[in-house]
Design a protein around this ligand. Structure first.
Ligand SMILES: [Zn+2]
Length: 131
């Protein structure tokens, strides 16, 4: 980075996740504005962009970090949902889920073991399944 830019950014907040999200929101609004030909949406897209610029050059770093943290807490269910789906997809290659015939508990069993006896971890019922 250029020395003068670095000097200018010294003690300023810079970018974070919230800024990235706001930029995406702005791009989406610009896109929606051009597709729908609604000038109001295009104008609206300047608002998140303006916030990003103000936050990046802000010297109140503690306040910006709090905002970013609040945003993270707000988005946490979304992240968690996304991670759960991702893990389940990765898991489906190596494991299979069986339901206990007795108590209906979900049991996770490694794939490719042929016919095996599975013992339910909840009610100890044993049943045979092909994995
Ligand atoms: Zn069971």
């Amino acid at each position: 980075m250029n020395y003068r830019i670095r000097r200018f950014m010294e003690g300023r907040y810079g970018g974070d996740h919230l800024s990235v999200a706001l930029i995406i929101l702005s791009v989406l609004l610009t896109f929606a504005g051009s597709v729908s030909k609604l000038i109001s949406l295009t104008l609206l897209s300047y608002i998140p962009m303006g916030i990003v610029v103000c936050r990046m050059f802000s010297r109140n770093i503690a306040k910006r970090q709090r905002e970013n943290y609040k945003f993270y807490m707000l988005m946490r269910p979304v992240y968690m949902y996304y991670n759960r789906i991702k893990n389940r997809l990765r898991d489906s290659r190596t494991h299979r889920i069986f339901r206990c015939p007795d108590c209906k508990a979900k049991l996770r069993v490694p794939k490719g073991k042929g016919k095996i006896a599975i013992t339910c971890s909840v009610c100890r019922t044993e049943f045979i399944r092909k994995t």
